[in-house]
Every structure is written in structure tokens, then in C-alpha cells.
Design a binder for this molecule. Structure first.
Ligand code: SAM
Length: 249
């Protein structure tokens, strides 16, 4: 039986391709790729020529049988996305779930991942963090998602594209209030930048220098500060009073 290798690829800097990942891409019978044109550029860079098959969110479920047949024939397959680790805000979850359910061998081949890359250099707590992927595109649902996070004490991590970075920062400021935000832009690339400040301050920076709004972003937001004991006690007293009043005591 063949193996499915889930292979991480660079998020910008091609030197971040691990030797193991490069070797495996050259050894498999087939590479299932989010965008075959994108991956063929990586293969050219590595001096490899391997058959490619597209696997994206719209055809992933339909590809399962086809790929499983290849595994049953004893062929190994690599799964890659355009950048970073497959399945992390990228296709692959349905394939991995189905193949595991069928008892096939799925082997992770670790490497770059934007959220870990951003967190390890941001200077925000990393002992507990909450990865939220991309926030919803619609303003109403985006704010609702943020409102649900107001009390969370973990560092919050979001992915964002240049199209929505300003709107998202603005909503973060409005809903989560005045907190420290670290914006990691163009990680591992020439214009890698870390900006640090409140959402409002970062928006002002982008206003002054529109280049700061270009590229790919990981947004990290400090978790909610622990509630002051006195504040908690006041809230408890208020709740008790409300309960007593409701009962007509
Ligand atoms: N699978 C990828 C990973 O392992 O991080 C993420 C894929 S997701 C479709 C793309 C998003 O990841 C971008 O919109 C951005 O939020 C983040 N990202 C990817 N590469 C990045 C980079 N070089 N710098 C900053 N953010 C990046």
C-alpha cells in the first residue's frame, strides 16, 4: 500500500524547503496540489518533474476515490498547498479524514506554517493561543465572531489578505478594544515586517504608508487581561442583587 505524505512547502523563502520534503516530492508517483501551476514552479526550482493533480476545496471530496485507488496500487502520493502546511486554512482535511478512516498511512512532513512563524517572533504569549484562520468576509458575521472572543485570555491569531486588512483591523479595534496587536507581514520574504501597537495605531500607520497594507498578514491580538478580583466581586454582587430583585425579595 502507498502512503499519503502531507508536505509543508515554503511561505515565501524557498530556502525553507526542508531536505526531507524535497526528497519526498521527488520520490512520490503523484503530487496532489492546490494549484498545479503554482506547484510546478516549485518543482522546477527543485529540478523535479513529477505528475501533478489538482486538489482544491471544490473537487477534494471527488478526488478521494481516485487517490485512494492509487494508494491501493502501491503508489505514494504527496499532498501540498500553495504555501505552508496543507490543511491549515488550506485544502486537505476531507482527504486526510477519509484516508485515515480507511486505515491508510498518512505521514506528516513538517515545515513552514505562517501562524507558528508569526507567533515565534511576535513577543506575545505563546503558551496558549487560539487560531481562528480567516474571519468571515461579511461585516456582520465578522463582528459576531470577534464578539464571541472578547473574554478569551489566549493570544488570538488570524490570517488576513491585503483586501480586507483595514476592515479587519478596524473591527478588532471596535470589538476587542484597546489591546496590543502584532501584525506580521510578508513573513520570510524581502519585505518582512512586524508592526506592534493598537489596531487604531496600526491603521494610522497604513494610512501614512500604504505599502504597510500590502502582502500577506498574520494578525495576533493579546488575550483579554485577567479580570480584576474586585471587578469580579462587583459583578457577582450585581448578579446576586438582580436575582434577589427578580424573586421579589
Ligand atoms: N497553509 C498556510 C500556512 O501553513 O500558514 C496558510 C494558507 S492561507 C490560504 C494563506 C494565509 O496565510 C495568508 O492570507 C496569510 O494570512 C497567511 N500567510 C501565508 N504566508 C504568509 C507570509 N509569508 N506572511 C504572512 N502571512 C502569511
Amino acid at each position: 500500500l502507498g502512503t499519503l505524505y502531507v508536505v509543508a512547502t515554503p511561505i515565501g523563502n524557498l530556502e525553507d524547503m526542508t531536505p526531507r520534503a524535497a526528497r519526498l516530492l521527488g520520490e512520490v508517483a503523484l503530487i496532489a496540489a492546490e494549484d498545479t501551476r503554482h506547484t510546478s514552479r516549485l518543482l522546477r526550482h527543485l529540478g523535479l518533474s513529477v505528475p501533478l493533480l489538482s486538489l482544491h476545496e471544490h473537487n477534494e471530496a471527488a478526488r478521494v476515490e481516485q487517490l485512494d485507488e492509487r494508494l491501493l496500487r502501491g503508489e505514494s502520493i504527496a499532498l501540498v498547498s500553495d504555501a505552508g502546511t496543507p490543511l491549515i486554512s488550506d485544502p486537505g482535511f476531507v482527504l486526510v479524514r477519509e484516508l485515515r478512516a480507511r486505515g491508510r498511512t498518512v505521514v506528516p512532513v513538517p515545515g513552514p506554517c505562517a501562524l507558528v512563524t508569526a507567533l515565534c517572533a511576535a513577543g506575545l504569549p505563546t503558551d496558549r493561543f487560539l487560531f481562528q484562520g480567516f474571519l468571515p468576509a461579511k461585516a456582520g458575521t465578522r463582528r459576531q465572531r470577534l464578539e464571541a472572543l472578547v473574554q478569551r485570555g489566549e493570544t488570538l491569531v488570524f490570517y488576513e489578505s491585503p483586501h480586507r486588512i483595514r476592515e479587519t483591523l478596524s473591527d478588532i479595534g471596535t470589538v476587542l478594544g484597546e489591546r496590543r496587536v502584532v501584525l506580521a507581514r510578508e513573513l520570510t520574504k524581502t519585505f518582512e515586517t512586524f508592526l506592534d501597537g493598537t489596531a487604531e495605531a496600526l491603521l494610522a500607520l497604513m494610512e501614512a504608508d500604504p505599502d504597510q497594507a500590502r502582502g500577506e498578514f498574520v494578525i495576533m491580538v493579546a488575550g483579554a487581561p485577567p479580570r480584576e478580583e474586585s471587578e469580579a466581586a462587583t459583578l457577582e454582587a450585581e448578579a446576586l442583587l438582580a436575582a434577589l430583585l427578580a424573586e421579589g425579595v
